[in-house]
Design a protein around this ligand. Sequence first.
Ligand code: CIR
Length: 254
Amino acid sequence: MSVPTALIRPVPDSFHRALVREGSPALSVSTARAEHDRYLRHLEDGGYSIETVPTDEAEPDCVFIEDTAIVIGSVAVITRPGAPTRRGETGPVARVLGAHFPLVEVVDPGTIDGGDVFSTSEVVYVGRSSRTNEDGIDQLRSVTSQHGLSLVVVDVHHGLHLKSAVLPIDSETVVVTRDAVDEKALDGLRILYEADVERNRFSALPLGDGAILVTASAPVTSEAVSALGHEVIPIDVSQIQAADGGLTCMSILI
Ligand code: CIR
C-alpha cells in the first residue's frame, strides 16, 4: 500500500503581505514559520510523508496550498482561486499533482477554493462563498457526477470558506460555527457546535492515524470533540489563523 502523502508549501518571507481581514494586526513571518514546522512534524507523526512544492515569494498566501487543488476520486481538480491575487499559486501545484493524478482545470468564469470543499464517502460538500461561485460549482459537479458522487451546495453566510465554519472530524460528524452556513444542507451529518466563546477559532485536521489535530485557541470545543472518543492534539497556529487560515489549509492530503 502506498504511504499517504501530504503536499505542502513552506511559508514565504512575503507572508506578512498575505490577505487578511481589514484591521487585522501585522503578521509575524517567523512565528508563522515555527507554527508551520510544528504542523509538519504532526503530519509526519500522523503517518504522512511530506512532499514539498517550492515556496514562491511572489505568492504571499502560497502556504495555504489547500485552496489550489481538490482531489476527487481518481482526479485532481486544479482550482481557479476566488482571490485574483492567488491565481498564480496553482501552476506549481498542478505540476506536482500531475505526477500523481490526471488533472482537470477549473476555467474562467468559474472560481473555487479548496477551502470550500470537503467530502464524505459518497457526498462532496461545496460552499457557495465569497471565493467560490456558481460556475465553479457547476464545473466541480461535472467531476463529481463522473465519479458517481453527489454534490451538496452549502451557502456560507459568514467567514471566508465552508471549512472556516464546518469542520469534518470523522466520517459522520462536523463541528459547525452557529449561524455561519445554511445548516439544512448538512442534513444527515451529526453536528457539534463550536463553543460560542471560541467563535471562528476552532479548526481541525483528522490525521491518518485516527488522531485529530485541533487549534489550541479553542480548548472548550476540542474537549467536546474529545468527549466523542477522539484523541485530540492541540497545536498553536495563531499567526496562520490571523491570516484567515486553519488546519486543513496548509496541506493537500493524497
Ligand atoms: C486568503 O485570504 O486567501 C488567505 N489569507 C487564507 C486562506 C485560507 N485558506 C483555507 O483556509 N483554505
